[in-house]
Every structure is written in structure tokens, then in C-alpha cells.
Ligand binder design. Structure first.
Ligand SMILES: *Cc1c(COP(=O)(O)O)cnc(C)c1O
Length: 396
């Protein structure tokens, strides 16, 4: 068996070859090890596997060869010491938080969070004696003011969902470290190609691999990346004993996703930039948010910490929910869906779907108006997408 973990490769090469382990057959593509467990040649071999003298696989809830390949490949790209793959992005977020806190601890999180991440911080953690404070993530003073001596984790995503706000990761990391807390960054919207939170000072990076990493709408997955010690001491036992692990089948699909990730993200970002420029010139578009444009409210921070724009954009149409619904229903190529990062362009009306349950007041606080739409740009021809959107905007 060989394992390609050469560290000097550039990202595109790492994403094709990184972490590959070949069986005795020398297969070209990564093998899918659909097995729950492993057999041992003797009772002594089993004993030495369990006591750690002879390292190897024991049970797929702990580790699996296909899942390990996925972890090794993304770990190289992220520049992290260690990674644990999970069944979904939410399992990864929950794992990162649960491995950081115990009863009596405190968490600070940005208000603009993916809905379920907000639920964990606001509702679930307090049930187990972990208090949380939600702040406006773009206001560094609010992070400072929220910090307590017992704060153990700070949590944010940047760009945020759905309004694509940019949070200064290096500045928040410094605040976290002043009280010995970990900064956990949900890097889904930026992708590992456009933003490296660990290099900016974050301690933990989490992904929903369901999004750009799969990128073709096939399976759910997630991953937690951090330093070796924390992964081994805190994350591994949690995975081992509570079972949020990734299935080998999903790991295989996601390994294939990683191979084409740079091509897809580059193409989708280039089309998103073109669509953003088109939308900026439309009279019935009252607000446009795209991290790659100079008119983005945090354009300076975006330039400082991101190496590319985004495959996502948000815009508001004049006329509120009714107008937004007319646009959605007039689109032909762009599909109405709440997923993102997909080969197919997908559009969401956050106020009535992903952000319906947080209520009117929280939506107002996050600037999620009735006319706001979130667009995930896919791999279709950009000109076809612009024509589709132009036609739909006439319906406003
Ligand atoms: C989708 C998403 C998640 C949750 O991931 P799942 O794979 O759907 O569980 C978490 N954070 C962000 C920013 C997301 O977009």
C-alpha cells in the first residue's frame, strides 16, 4: 500500500492524488471499502490492533480506508495536521462545538449563521449548560464585549449565508486567543480554494462537503480540520463513541468531487462575477451583494483574506416577496432549491425557506427582506444564465 501525502504539490495536484492508498491490485481510481469491520489473522493480531501496538483499521465507526483517503486529501489542501470526516456538514459543526465545550462554558457566535448552526448555539448548547452570545460578526467591538473568562469557542462563517457578509477572521482569532478559546470557522461559502482560515489564525475549520466538494448534488458529508492533538484527544473519542462518521460510499463520491473542485469553483466563480455585473445594471434590482465586487460593504476585508470572489451572490428585487416569487417562477434554467455549490444553478428565497423559522425579527436584524434572493451559480453557460435571469426580471 502506498499513500501519496507529498506536501509540496500545488492544490490541483493534491486534489487529484493526495491521500491515495492503493490495495494489492494497484487500482487507478480510489477503492471503495464498503465494510463495517476488519478481520485479524490471529487472536494475538487482534489484541495488538486493539492495544495500538499494530496500527490499523478496527471498525468503520472509528476509521475506514476510503474515508481516510478523503480525510488525507482535504487535510493536505487545507494545510491542517488532522481531519475527521462526518456524515453531514451539521454533524461536523456539532462535533467541532461539542469537542470544545462542557457544562459551565460559554460560546460566542456570529448572528448570521446557517440556520441549524444557529439552532445549536442558541437552543441546543444552553440545554446542556453551555451559554451562548450571538453578535453582529462584522462588528469586532461586539466580539470583544461578548468574551468572558469561561468562553471556550468562537464560531463564525464568512462569507455568511445568505447575505454574504465578510467577517475579519484574523481579528476574531486574536480575540479568541486572548482568553484561550478556539475559533471555529465554517468555510463552506469560501471553499478551501479561496480562503484558508487556519493560516488566518483560526483553530478549527469545518465544511459541509455536501456543497462545493460534492458539487453534483449526490450525497451529504462534512469534515472537521484542526491540529493533531485536539483531533486525537477530543474529536476522535467523540466520533468513536457517538457515531457521526462518514460512510465509505459518501467518502468515495466526495474524493471524486475533490478531483474536479478547482475547475468547478473557478468556472462557477467566473460566471457568478459576470452575473453580478449584469445584475448591478438592472433598475429593478435594489441591492446586490457579491464578495468579488468593489461595492461589497466589506470589500477590503474580502481582498485581505480571500483569493477569489464567490460562486454565490445575493440580490434584492423591488416589490418584496411577490416580485421575488414572480422571478423564481419565471426562471427556466435556474432551479428553485435550497442547496448550493452545485453544478446546477440554484436559487433560494431565504425569507420563506432557509430562514423562515428564525422569525420576522431575526430576519430584519440580518437584512433578509422579502425581495432578497440567493443565487448559487452552476456550470451552465454564463450567457444562458444571464438570459434566463434577464427574462425572469421582466416579471418583476
Ligand atoms: C449546508 C451548510 C451546512 C450544513 O451542512 P449539511 O451537509 O447540509 O449538514 C452548514 N453550514 C453552512 C454554511 C452550509 O451552507
Amino acid at each position: 500500500m502506498t499513500n501519496d501525502t507529498q506536501k509540496t504539490w500545488r492544490p490541483a495536484t493534491q486534489l487529484v492524488h493526495g491521500g491515495t492508498t492503493r490495495s494489492q491490485h494497484g487500482e487507478t481510481s480510489e477503492a471503495m471499502f464498503l465494510t463495517q469491520g476488519f478481520v485479524y489473522d490471529s487472536a494475538e493480531a487482534a489484541e495488538s490492533r486493539f492495544n495500538g501496538e499494530n496500527p490499523g483499521f478496527v471498525y468503520s465507526r472509528y476509521a475506514n480506508p476510503t474515508v481516510s483517503m478523503f480525510e488525507d486529501r482535504i487535510k493536505m489542501l487545507e494545510g491542517a495536521e488532522a481531519a475527521r470526516a462526518t456524515a453531514s456538514g451539521m454533524a461536523a459543526v456539532n462535533l467541532a462545538l461539542m469537542a470544545s465545550v462542557k457544562a459551565g462554558d460559554h460560546v460566542v457566535a456570529a448572528k448570521a449563521l446557517f440556520g441549524s448552526c444557529r439552532y445549536i448555539c442558541e437552543t441546543l448548547l444552553p440545554r446542556f449548560g453551555v451559554e451562548s452570545t450571538l453578535v453582529d460578526g462584522t462588528d469586532i467591538e461586539q466580539w470583544k464585549a461578548a468574551i468572558r473568562p469561561n468562553t471556550k469557542a468562537l464560531f463564525l462563517e464568512s462569507p455568511t449565508n445568505p447575505t454574504l457578509e465578510i467577517i475579519d477572521i484574523a481579528a476574531v482569532a486574536e480575540i479568541a486567543h486572548s482568553v484561550g478559546a478556539r475559533l471555529i470557522v465554517d468555510n463552506v461559502f469560501a471553499t478551501p480554494l479561496f480562503q484558508s482560515p487556519l493560516a488566518l489564525g483560526a483553530d478549527v475549520v469545518v465544511y459541509s462537503a455536501t456543497k462545493h466538494i460534492d458539487g453534483q448534488g449526490r450525497c451529504l458529508g462534512g469534515v472537521v480540520l484542526s491540529d493533531e492533538k485536539w483531533i486525537v484527544d477530543e474529536v476522535m473519542p467523540f466520533v468513536k463513541h457517538t457515531g457521526p462518521h462518514m460512510s465509505p460510499f459518501s467518502a468515495w463520491v466526495l474524493l471524486k468531487g475533490l478531483e474536479t473542485l478547482p475547475l468547478r469553483v473557478a468556472q462557477q466563480t467566473s460566471s457568478a462575477a459576470k452575473i453580478a455585473d449584469f445584475l448591478a445594471g438592472q433598475s429593478n434590482v435594489t441591492r446586490l451583494i457579491y464578495p468579488g465586487r468593489n461595492d461589497h460593504p466589506q470589500a477590503e476585508i474580502a481582498k485581505k483574506q480571500m483569493t477569489g470572489g464567490s460562486t454565490m451572490l445575493a440580490f434584492e428585487v423591488a416589490g418584496g416577496k411577490e416580485a421575488a416569487f414572480r422571478v423564481l417562477n419565471a426562471l427556466e434554467i435556474v432551479k428553485i432549491s435550497n442547496n448550493l455549490g452545485d453544478a446546477k444553478s440554484l436559487i433560494t428565497h431565504p425569507a420563506t425557506t432557509t430562514h423562515q423559522s428564525i422569525g420576522e425579527e431575526a430576519r430584519a436584524e440580518l437584512d433578509i427582506s422579502g425581495g432578497l434572493l440567493r443565487l448559487s451559480v452552476g456550470l451552465e453557460d454564463a450567457d444562458d444564465l444571464i438570459e434566463d435571469i434577464a427574462k425572469a426580471l421582466k416579471a418583476v
